[in-house]
Design a binder for this molecule. Structure first.
Ligand code: HEM
Ligand SMILES: *[C@@H]1O[C@H](CO)[C@@H](O)[C@H](O)[C@H]1NC(C)=O
Ligand SMILES: *[C@@H]1O[C@H](CO)[C@@H](O)[C@H](O)[C@H]1NC(C)=O
Ligand SMILES: *[C@@H]1O[C@H](CO)[C@@H](O)[C@H](O)[C@H]1NC(C)=O
Ligand SMILES: *[C@@H]1O[C@H](CO)[C@@H](O)[C@H](O)[C@H]1NC(C)=O
Length: 322
């Protein structure tokens, strides 16, 4: 008894050490008076950028996840490295969190329309919602009023869950940010759009473990297909990889259907079938897209609440502190 109490206290301490609790509630109408055109400016910018570059939607969705998981949703992911400090964006798993220019473009227009008003953190949250809706997914009202952070540390990129995490590690990583098992399974559905480089799933395809050459949780034919996309040669295209599901530009529930047939790309996707609690949710979403959409919208609002700052600065330029 005493032991489990100590454990709970220790866990609470860990949670608070990773992200401080938010300092107050966000608000759907935060810019109604101060910048009524804010959401339209962001939507127009995101839509136009997505038309020119179809990689943009997935990158902006992933950007929001990364931003919120490191230091809370405070746009720390947008800050540039300076001589004395290497920033998050230059930390280890940075292979595809680009498209920063889209947020910068939106912010430039916002500074013209309503100077020093709309935070970069809110722009990321709104853009993430817009790309989901533009890709055929749900719409939700984004809560706003976040302030921007002034600290960005490359060393903290390792706080992101890696694609090798199993279900218990994922549950723990999300719980540390106040997100439930269901939130975790639901938000993983973000992998219904986008692309992965070979390095993120390659260890599953060869020499996986002492007993299995190929990850036994992976469909065998699927593994062969992925192997062909990732030839083990020294002059392999550095952009080699695979789409995260068979309809990677459409926000739908195919991601969950693929997991049911052993075609999740990462260990962290396929492992959702390995625990009775998460398996139940995967099965539900695979057959009920409406339920997935509804719960994804709710989970994105929760993701957007992680460690938000209600006091601090609205950065004028996404890449530099004021
Ligand atoms: C559950 C833990 C998660 C892990 C371990 C994980 C891991 C990864 C990895 C390794 C990639 C591929 C990177 C690359 O090789 O280029 C990726 C891509 C992606 N992730 Fe996640 N992710 C997780 C959760 C999420 C969440 C919660 C979202 C959003 C709601 C998300 C959205 C995306 C998107 C949209 C892409 C595609 C990016 C692109 O096309 O450039 N991920 N993720
Ligand atoms: C649309 O996006 C393209 C590519 O990023 C950019 O060159 C162009 O200026 C944008 N147009 C508008 C109206 O934002
Ligand atoms: C991150 O990406 C940038 C290019 O966008 C690159 O210059 C940098 O070396 C990368 N950092 C790591 C650790 O891969
Ligand atoms: C998940 O990984 C951790 C660390 O490697 C391990 O201790 C644990 O037993 C694994 N859990 C499951 C359910 O495989
Ligand atoms: C597979 O892993 C074992 C032990 O980790 C190593 O000795 C062997 O060289 C590896 N084989 C290949 C083909 O990478």
């Amino acid at each position: 008894m005493a032991f489990s109490k100590a454990l709970i206290l220790a866990l609470i301490f860990v949670v608070f050490a990773i992200v401080k609790p938010s300092e107050g509630a966000l608000n759907a109408h935060y810019y109604d008076q101060s910048c009524p055109a804010a959401e339209k400016i962001i939507l127009d910018t995101v839509r136009n950028a997505s038309l020119y570059d179809p990689k943009v939607p997935a990158r902006l969705l992933r950007m929001f996840f990364h931003d919120c998981f490191i230091r809370g949703c405070d746009a720390s992911i947008l800050l540039d490295s300076v001589v004395s400090n290497q920033a998050e964006k230059d930390g280890p798993p940075n292979i595809s969190v680009r498209s920063f220019y889209v947020i910068e473009e939106a912010k430039k227009k916002l500074e013209k329309a309503c100077p020093r008003t709309v935070s970069c953190a809110d722009v990321i949250a709104i853009a993430a919602r817009d790309v989901v809706t533009l890709s055929g997914g749900p719409y939700w009202s984004v809560l706003k009023g976040r302030k921007d952070g002034t600290v960005s540390l490359a060393s903290e990129s390792t706080n992101l869950p890696p694609p090798t995490f199993n279900v218990s590690q994922l549950i723990q990583s999300f719980a540390a940010r106040g997100l439930s098992v269901k939130d975790m399974v639901t938000l993983s559905g973000g992998h219904t759009i986008g692309f992965s480089h070979c390095s993120s799933f390659e260890p599953r395809l060869q020499n996986f473990s002492k007993f299995h050459d190929i990850d036994p949780s992976m469909n065998y034919e699927f593994a062969q297909t992925l192997k062909k996309k990732c030839p083990r040669s020294t002059n392999r295209d550095k952009n080699a990889g695979t789409f995260l599901d068979s309809t990677a530009s459409v926000f739908d529930n195919v991601y969950y259907k693929q997991i049911l047939s052993g075609k999740g790309v990462f260990v962290s996707d396929q492992t959702l079938l390995g625990d009775s609690r998460t398996k139940k949710i995967v099965e539900k979403y695979a057959q009920d897209q409406k339920a997935f959409f509804r719960e994804f919208a709710a989970a994105m609002v929760k993701l957007g609440n992680i460690g938000v700052k209600k006091t601090g600065q609205v950065r004028v330029h996404p890449r530099f502190i004021n």
